[in-house]
Design a binder for this molecule. Structure first.
Ligand code: AP5
Length: 192
């Protein structure tokens, strides 16, 4: 199963990806987590990404594609993956499509988690208190939501046009949302 989770910041992509990973037995590839690991390690890439992420803007397409190519070259993704955080603009969507065709691993599903903005802001504020993520302050959250509307929302249309999109209501308890995703991908959920 090759699945990409789409949705605004705070829509539950990371939360549901962690559950889907266990259920589908495929790795969770999160570009946000990969970038945060680079920042924590103090690598050259991490140093380049740190301030951009803290401002809530997008790190360069070139850095992201290199990171993703590297991740998909690892053998654990050969049986499938759950991708979260990429693509975030139409150029990334086209680059991902080309990369996946090149490695013979076309996407099965793009799952869009729909959550109203007021709830996104509430959830991120809750995480800010609990975890203190550098980009969970009100100013960066505003910027992340703006970037999502302007650059990432068109990616949803990209997957709709490719016949891969399924929209899931992301409001409700963790199990409720998880079950909706499983139902939406049920026809091929047992494919490794
Ligand atoms: P990234 O880490 O991808 O952050 P994001 O998209 O802003 O997403 P979040 O982690 O905020 O939200 P989520 O949808 O995963 O929700 P979560 O499950 O955590 O990216 C961070 C930055 O990295 C970007 O801003 C950019 O700078 C850079 N970057 C990453 N990818 C890039 C790319 N491709 N190109 C360029 N730059 C890139 O849930 C949020 C909270 O809500 C949690 O506390 C959770 O417990 C709670 N919650 C979740 N579901 C529920 C529920 N059903 N009910 C109640 N609470 C819930």
């Amino acid at each position: 199963m090759r699945l990409v989770l789409l949705g605004a910041p705070g829509s539950g992509k990371g939360t549901q990806a962690a559950r889907l990973k266990d259920h589908l037995q495929v790795p969770h590839v999160s570009t946000g987590d990969l970038l945060r690991a680079e920042v924590a390690a103090g690598s050259k890439l991490g140093l380049a990404a740190k301030e951009v992420m803290a401002r809530g803007e997008l790190v360069s397409d070139e850095i992201l594609l290199g990171m993703l190519e590297d991740r998909f070259s690892r053998p654990d993704t050969r049986g499938g993956f759950i991708l979260d955080g990429y693509p975030r603009n139409l150029a990334q969507a086209a680059a991902l499509d080309a990369l996946l065709s090149r490695i013979g691993q076309p996407m099965d599903y793009a799952v869009q988690l729909e959550v109203p903005t007021s709830l996104l802001v509430e959830r991120i504020a809750g995480r800010a208190k609990a975890e203190g993520r550098a980009d969970d302050n009100p100013e960066s959250v505003r910027k992340r939501l703006e970037v999502y509307d302007n650059q990432t929302a068109p990616v949803v249309e990209f997957y709709r046009q490719h016949g891969q999109l399924t929209v899931v209501d992301g409001v409700g308890g963790l199990d409720e949302v998880f079950n909706r995703i499983i139902e939406a991908i049920a026809p091929t959920a047992d494919v490794g």
